[in-house]
Design a binder for this molecule. Structure first.
Ligand code: SF4
Length: 84
């Protein structure tokens, strides 16, 4: 099958059931830390192991949300810090 251009994928909707369950926010600074205590300042999709967006891109694919793009400055509770 032909590779799908990741940039053509739709953006993940924060209101989607899985996104809500995982506390996804397109703006990591808006995460409700009382509900998602694993959130920590500075943790964003762009620094997550599951994110595969190009360096410097505003959005990119996340393996937790197949077929969608997440915001590089977003966050969800599936966050796994990229090894340094
Ligand atoms: Fe962002 Fe990582 Fe959550 Fe995917 S798993 S939405 S890249 S924090």
């Amino acid at each position: 099958a032909a590779a799908v251009d990741p940039a053509s994928l739709p953006l993940l909707d924060e209101g989607e059931a899985t996104a809500k369950a995982l506390g996804y926010s397109a703006d990591a600074t808006k995460v409700d830390a009382s509900k998602f205590p694993t959130w920590a300042a500075g943790n964003v999709c762009g620094g997550c192991t599951l994110y595969s967006g190009a360096a410097g891109a505003a959005t990119g694919p996340c393996s937790l949300f197949p077929g969608k793009q997440v915001s590089a400055t977003g966050w969800c509770s599936g966050f796994i810090k990229k090894p340094a």
